[in-house]
Ligand binder design. Structure first.
Ligand SMILES: [Zn+2]
Length: 254
């Protein structure tokens, strides 16, 4: 994708926006090689996340689930942020207030410098005790006990700090995300099929609040019809071009 031309109405909204929400999904991490944890070869290649990322799986076979997450942690540690993460971080200098709401657990937004970050599905970087809730660094927990979940002083087991299938989103984080969506002037949805509820409800909140909506996703989503601007391209191509266009719009002399 070469350059993005903002339609006139969108340009006006970009020029005046003070509060911006970026909502990111798996597509944003695709060019970092993390859109899927399959296909890398080896022991875990044929495992389905749905069969391991559940409280039931952890109860039935905590060692297996822990080892799978140790492997995923390692893959994320070896991955690098890509141009999509960099473009989103760059927007922090363009708008007075920007908050990144992500469905990703890989911390790549944090590593590239996004400061206002809400991780709706938790983070692979943390572990917490399944009994008392004590939190600790996941890398240290894996180093201490690579083959099985470390045992907490309370007798509970440490588990990955991610939201599993069948679990609800962290309440406070989700509320902050809803408030941000309901009070923003510009809402940018990137690399998400927007089909996972309740996260996708953020788009509806922003729409009801009258925000200008922009979508970046190769395929249409259930919300494509609501969008003021839709870029049908991978996040790693479209986001840098969009950030360029927004900079030109906000800083017309450059
Ligand atoms: Zn504990």
């Amino acid at each position: 994708m070469t350059a993005v031309e903002l339609p006139g109405a969108v340009r006006e909204r970009v020029r005046s926006a003070e509060r911006v929400v970026v909502f990111s999904g798996a597509g944003v991490s695709r060019e970092s090689g993390l859109d899927t944890f399959r296909g890398a070869g080896g022991l875990w290649e044929r495992m389905r996340p749905e069969e391991l990322a559940t409280p039931e799986a952890f109860r039935a076979d905590p060692e297996k689930v822990w080892q799978w997450y140790a492997w995923r942690y390692q893959r994320v540690a070896e991955a690098s942020p890509n141009p999509a993460h960099q473009a989103i971080a760059r927007l922090e200098a363009v708008f007075p207030f920007i908050i990144v709401v992500t469905q990703n657990v890989d911390s790549l937004h944090r590593r590239v410098g996004s400061r206002n970050l809400l991780e709706l599905h938790g983070s692979l970087a943390r572990a917490f005790c399944n009994r008392c809730g004590r939190s600790r660094d996941m890398g240290e927990a894996i180093a201490e006990s690579p083959g099985a979940p470390p045992i907490c002083t309370c007798g509970g087991k440490f588990r990955p700090g991610v939201v599993w299938f069948g679990e609800s989103l962290p309440e406070e984080t989700f509320e902050q995300a809803c408030e941000a969506a309901a009070s923003c002037e510009l809402f940018l949805s990137a690399g998400t099929s927007a089909t996972v509820y309740p996260a996708a409800g953020l788009i509806e909140l922003a729409h009801r609040a009258g925000a200008c909506l922009i979508e970046i996703n190769p395929e249409p989503t259930p919300f494509s019809g609501l969008m003021d601007l839709r870029l049908a391209a991978p996040a790693g191509e479209a986001l840098p071009a969009l950030a360029d266009a927004m900079e030109r719009c906000r800083w017309p002399t450059t």
